[in-house]
Design a protein around this ligand. Sequence first.
Ligand SMILES: NC(=O)c1ccc[n+]([C@@H]2O[C@H](COP(=O)([O-])OP(=O)(O)OC[C@H]3O[C@@H](n4cnc5c(N)ncnc54)[C@H](OP(=O)(O)O)[C@@H]3O)[C@@H](O)[C@H]2O)c1
Length: 258
Amino acid sequence: MSEFKGKTLVLSGGTRGIGRAIITKFAQNGANIAFTYNSNEDEAKAIAAEFEQTYKIKARYYKLDILEPETYKGVFEAIDADFETVDFFISNAIISGRPVVGGFAPFMRLKPKGLNNIYTATVLAFVIGAQEAAKRMEKSGGGAIVAISSTGNLVHTENYAGHGTSKAALEIMVKYAAFELASKNIRVNALSGGPIDTDALRKFPNYEEMKAATIARTPLGRMGQAGDLAGGALFLCSKDSYWINAQTIIVDGGSSFT
Ligand SMILES: NC(=O)c1ccc[n+]([C@@H]2O[C@H](COP(=O)([O-])OP(=O)(O)OC[C@H]3O[C@@H](n4cnc5c(N)ncnc54)[C@H](OP(=O)(O)O)[C@@H]3O)[C@@H](O)[C@H]2O)c1
């Protein structure tokens, strides 16, 4: 029997892209899924219904705005009413569009508001979400927390200073969380992806150019797809990764070496 059967994953941003691929992987492995959406409620509803029917697991969706990290508390209270335990937490959701104006920009056009929004959505949302998850994991004897990061803090990516610096901060926050939570049998790691072909990336003004450049510098010779991070996320929550803690695991087809 799958070690994930009967366990519950909480993930932010499950309606699209990488988050959706990760919850699909966990559902396929028998985990119950509590995921959040921001604007796509209809999509969230459809995903939950499809998961319950296809994988015979429990799936529920909750509204969350990572620009208001404290609202995670209410989300976790609602999850408490629906699920017995929280075993895994994956901080995945990311903002795009209007909230990143002044944050997703060349260095000379960076503005405090856009940068603050990206930091709030990336680092502060992780902190509050992980704190709430850890309180529940402690009660049930442990768990695993994963923060989704990106290699934009290692490889220059146009307009990515706001995201890249926030992901760098996120990866250090992961280490501090891991240090403190280890005594509660909770492991905390970051899973860092190279460029992945999702809505977030398609919003880049130079998307086509970036895609071609990414393929050219990726030894495995293609663009990353949303599902490419799902196996890594499952592994970091599995018993097989029991000795991996306070690390960033890079999943990028080798692109950050070239
Ligand atoms: N794409 C890449 O190249 C890449 C590479 C490496 C790492 N990553 C990381 O992977 C993660 C997911 O990225 P993605 O490309 O899959 O993103 P995406 O396709 O744009 O999906 C974003 C998700 O976040 C949710 N969301 C948007 N605004 C939100 C808000 N204000 N509050 C709460 N949730 C919100 C969306 O929900 P709704 O659909 O309901 O709006 C959606 O589920 C991010 O942490 C990103 O930095 C991405």
